[in-house]
Design a protein around this ligand. Structure first.
Ligand code: ADP
Length: 210
């Protein structure tokens, strides 16, 4: 497995390696869906199974708040309100994370990109390292509300949930369209039991990225 893997830097440097990359495409994935679609859970499972890092911008921001870092202090109120933090900030956080060597064989992004400028920035960051495929989980609205109410996170009270769903419709749904136009999306039914969804994701990735 290891000797087949292709580092991002090598791909952009060498034609020979680029040929290898045709058979060993890095698993660069974006998990997409409204809050409560189960993308975080599925991203965890997928990353674990395929031994690639999961990069959740929500987790990164919540940890920054917990640790009381400068960024944490900056974004605390924004998360409480269910609004989005600035594109510049989140893009620089993701850029730094994708620079780490553990992403060379691929990664699962959870919660990013959430706006069109973020999607454009991701394209630029991934130039020469294989691009992305998007797994979009579709879930019925009432199931979303039920799951979020069960989760009990700080920003999961009814008002903030409504806010986050509205932000999703306005800012984030167009990102899906952006990828759809480029035929980079697999839409999967996220209403099913966890294991079934995981299997469907694996099958889709095998099909699209083999
Ligand atoms: P959910 O799983 O409910 O979609 P996340 O854990 O992904 O929520 O994100 C929680 C909060 O973190 C968001 O409501 C937003 O305030 C902030 N956030 C996370 N990712 C981004 C992003 N890519 N751009 C802007 N804000 C973000």
């Amino acid at each position: 497995m290891d000797q087949l893997s292709v580092s991002a830097a090598a791909v952009s440097r060498s034609q020979v390696v680029r040929r290898t990359a045709v058979t060993q495409v890095p698993l660069n994935l974006v998990f997409f869906g409204p809050p409560g679609a189960g993308k975080g859970t599925q991203a965890d499972r997928f990353a674990e199974r395929h031994q690639i890092p999961k990069i959740s911008t929500g987790d990164i921001l919540r940890k920054a708040i917990q640790d009381g870092t400068r960024i944490g202090v900056l974004v605390h109120d924004t998360l409480q309100r269910g609004a989005l933090v600035s594109d510049d900030l989140i893009i620089s956080i993701v850029a730094e994370r994708l620079d780490r060597p553990d992403t060379a064989k691929g990664f699962v992004l959870d919660g990013f990109p959430r706006t069109l400028p973020q999607a454009a920035a991701l394209d630029a960051l991934l130039a020469g390292r294989g691009g992305v495929h998007v797994i979009a989980l579709v879930v019925h609205a009432d199931e979303v509300i039920r799951r979020l109410a069960d989760r009990g996170r700080h920003d999961d009270d009814a008002f903030v949930i409504k806010q986050r769903l509205a932000v999703y419709e306005h800012e984030t749904a167009p990102v899906l369209e952006y990828y759809r136009r480029r035929k980079l999306v697999t839409v999967l039914d996220g209403n099913r039991p966890l294991d079934e969804v995981s299997e469907a994701i694996d099958a889709a990735v095998k099909d699209k990225m083999a």
